[in-house]
Design a binder for this molecule. Sequence first.
Ligand code: BES
Ligand code: ZN
Ligand code: ZN
Length: 503
Amino acid sequence: MTDVRVSTRDVQQFEGDALAVGVFSDGATLQGPAAALDEALAGVIADLIASGEVSGAADEVTLLHTLGKIEPTRVVVVGLGVREKFSAERVRRSASLAARTLRRAGAHHMGLALAWAASGVNLALAARAATEGALLGLYEFTRYKAPREGKPQKAIETITILGRGREPALRAAVQRGRILAESANFARDLGNEPPNTLTPTELGERARAMAAEVGLACEVYGKDWMREQGMGALLGVNQGSVEEPRFIALRYSGGAEGAPTLALVGKGITFDSGGLSLKSHEGMLDMKMDMCGGAAVIGAMRALALLKPVVNVVGLVPATENMPSGSAYRPGDILRASNGKTIEINNTDAEGRLVLADALSYAVKQGCAPIIDAATLTGAIGVALGAHRAGLFSNDEETQRAVEQAATVSGERVWAMPMDEEYDRLIRSEIADLKQSGGRLAGSISAAKVLSNFVGTTPWAHLDIAYTAMRGARDAEGEGGATGYGVRLFAELATLYASRRGE
Ligand code: BES
Ligand code: ZN
Ligand code: ZN
């Protein structure tokens, strides 16, 4: 595992085998660590800028060999883009790119001196973002791949964040970034695990093992308990699968007894075939990741156990497969959720809202507030927002603002979607309390409307992460596969509530 350290020494004194520095695109003049390094390298960076080979454009990467002039043998110069637009998110991306590039070059001990001293970004926030970016960028899912014979293992063993500032503050920021990134990577492992091993039972076991390790309370319930609870929607979805369903409940009690409890709820479909309303071959390909909302909840609970904010949080994950079979639930069925409401089934591929119906009802019964859920719920959210932002739906302005604020800090972007009453008729049923799914139009909104039926008046927000939770192919930010979206946002949100309630 990669270790992250802090040093307040100058870049010229760094003793690892590789260094990363950043340059802005508007800078004819090099500043800070880049200038110091340029001097030690006899002006090679300035030369590259003068010749136009290095422009400082965002995401630009230039790898230099130092030929004995300084201790590190490699330097990577990362373009930071326009100085006025510099942000913590830019630090994350740059750190990710730098770390990935240096690993490919065979480095083991890298120093990271991005140009934060000369920027408007707060030093501690930048140190945290750099740590997050590097560790998220270096993530790989290698469990099932034999190492290539004869090839040396490429791994960054230590990252040293080089910054001029108060060392204790820097160290705390790095520690926080590390907990957040490692928790997100924990969630990514769950998302990337194939569906033949990551069954609902296995998901429960992984949650339990993690809880024991970090000191969280954990209950994993089975079918009998679900029957007692009247969870007809979750059981309905499970009906077609030979795998047992699980309801995972994690509890972090950092706040006072009796103080309000925040509920985090995540969709945990370990494989979504569509059920009898079977998906196409193409549509099924990434459906092992249909539990990424649940993974985000489990990852965030891990982060909270380690960060220890003064707040009470429960994490709930209804987990099942969605499979077709002779015992599967059918279009036309009517299911009764645990809050008593009946749902007319019209497409068995809209299973996420059903398992969430029971989990949200449970959170309400437990008296939790607010309730925030994350779910890979609809393909339609990708049509609306692409893979850049998750859809945010809420019945409460204050809760919506809190999620937006947490997302701004974590860099996981959201976009508030409308929830006008007029959309309610999309899910009106003639023969049940509501219909499972609306038509082709406003598909993500009608899905959120279904969920809203199970939270009553409790302040609630829903994140549709269908396209932000998974990355098609590797890019500047990291590998393809599960992204861990939501882990850092959830942890940030809980911290936000902790600081508010402490006032
Ligand atoms: N898990 C899918 C949504 C999804 C699609 C996630 C693509 C990630 C990528 C969900 O269960 C689903 O199938 N939703 C249907 C709803 C429809 C039947 C109302 C969809 O989006 O087509
Ligand atoms: Zn589905
Ligand atoms: Zn699904």
